[in-house]
Design a protein around this ligand. Structure first.
Ligand SMILES: Cc1cc2nc3c(=O)[nH]c(=O)nc-3n(C[C@H](O)[C@H](O)[C@H](O)COP(=O)(O)OP(=O)(O)OC[C@H]3O[C@@H](n4cnc5c(N)ncnc54)[C@H](O)[C@@H]3O)c2cc1C
Length: 384
């Protein structure tokens, strides 16, 4: 927090107030019935949360990745789904900002900054999300256009997005396959079918859907940056932002679980004293607090590296791996502290426990993060 500018600290504080005053008192009204949180999203637009990573010249807040992570954490402390609503959107903002043509930047960044245009990213396919190089969705030239065929699944915020950052194959003969991939900036229209919302354990309120592209026609100018077959490297850079965002979501969920456990452990008594005074419960709280802080610092470290403009895939992977596993454990331990009430819908703890696993699976599973970390570890420390 100390490394943020004064303006950035104000933005984080604004997110915290929004969560405490608006979100936490009402989250159950939406979450329990899986209702889209339209009013929260509108408020988030007004507060500029969809434009955190957009450049100031295009109306964005243009904050550091470290500030973006802290705002994400605050939103997730209230409800992880709200942090998810700015997740893919912010990755695509970052990609257009970093790699977009002047026309793409002019067309998309201003409405993305104020949230009137929301974006999602589409990588995962029904046949697999980890092995992205085996993806089948492809686009072929047809005159001045491209025709897209294939399907993507688990695409968050699909119905509410006016722009899809689609990773697909544009050169089917390229070997290795990643050299023949592009990111297409696709505006939903004829030829795109969006399935009904996929039912899920947590991360409720915001939808995840399957997208089917049936020879969907887009102009060749939809290729991010204008030149095809650059998409893999572009998206890998975007995923550094995405993984820092997922790590920050995990920190927020873990912090919420810790806060609730600390409160409950002082209110609840057994054997004539508050339960935190039983050493087993006190130790649980101590370990939970330590994990949350370690996860936050790893996330901040990865974000700082991104802000310095250097490769951050190992650090983002470490943050995402550690923070998500910590969030799952802290959510479970918060349930232990609450005893039987932790299992009850009367308390928020069961929601943290349902939301935490997504951070283990999403934005590349933790097994994939370990592969990324190990590969970078060796690449940065070769013995010859
Ligand atoms: C609620 C939700 C929202 C999502 N939102 C989006 C979104 O907006 N956009 C998007 O593109 N995707 C999204 N996803 C998809 C998510 O990123 C994928 O589910 C994830 O990447 C894993 O892919 P998979 O489900 O196909 O699992 P698989 O790739 O089939 O993996 C299955 C298992 O095998 C393991 N595994 C696979 N390969 C390896 C390997 N090489 N080494 C070690 N272990 C391996 C995995 O770790 C996992 O344990 C979302 C998913 C969910 C559940």
């Amino acid at each position: 927090m100390s490394t943020l500018s004064e303006d950035e600290r104000d933005i984080v504080a604004l997110a915290g107030e929004f969560v405490d005053e608006r979100v936490r008192p009402r989250v159950r009204d939406y979450e329990s019935v899986d209702k889209y949180p339209a009013e929260f999203i509108e408020e988030m637009k007004k507060m500029g949360f969809f434009g955190l990573l957009a450049p100031a010249e295009h109306g964005g807040a243009d904050v550091s990745a470290a500030c973006f992570a802290r705002v994400t954490e605050e939103l997730a402390r209230g409800w992880m789904s709200l942090a998810g609503a700015i997740g893919g959107h912010s990755v695509i903002t970052y990609l257009i900002r970093a790699f977009g043509t002047p026309d793409q930047r002019e067309r998309y960044l201003p409405p993305m900054a104020d949230g009137t245009l929301r974006a999602t990213m589409a990588l995962t396919e029904p046949g697999g999300g980890s092995d992205l190089q085996a993806m089948r969705t492809h686009a072929v030239a047809d005159g001045d256009d491209l025709l897209i065929t294939g399907s993507k699944t688990w695409i968050s915020n699909a119905r509410h997005s006016g722009l899809i950052g689609l990773l697909c194959v544009t050169d089917q003969d390229a070997r290795p396959a990643h050299q023949g991939m592009s990111v297409l900036l696709v505006e939903p229209g004829e030829g795109l079918h969006i399935s009904k919302n996929l039912p899920k354990l947590g991360y409720r309120g915001v939808e995840a859907c399957e997208l089917v592209f049936d020879r969907m026609r887009v102009p060749a100018s939809a290729v991010l940056g204008g030149a095809p077959n650059e998409g893999w490297a572009q998206m890998m850079r975007g995923l550094e932002v995405g993984r820092i965002q997922v790590a920050a979501r995990a920190v927020g969920v873990a912090q919420a679980a810790l806060d609730d456990a600390v409160t409950y452990a002082q209110e609840r008594e057994s054997f004539g004293k508050p339960i935190w005074k039983h050493q087993s419960v006190g130790n649980l709280l101590a370990d939970m607090a330590t994990k949350v802080q370690a996860a936050r610092l790893l996330t901040e470290d990865a974000a700082r590296r991104l802000d310095e403009g250097v490769r951050a895939d190992m650090e983002a992977g470490m943050a995402k791996l550690f923070a998500s596993e910590a969030a799952m454990q802290v959510a479970l331990d918060a349930m232990r502290v609450h005893g039987g009430y932790g299992f009850s819908k009367e308390f928020e703890v069961e929601r943290y426990f349902r939301d935490a696993p997504l951070m283990i699976l999403g934005e590349g599973t933790n097994e994939i993060q370990r592969n990324v970390i190990a590969a970078q570890l060796i690449a940065r420390n070769p013995i010859n």
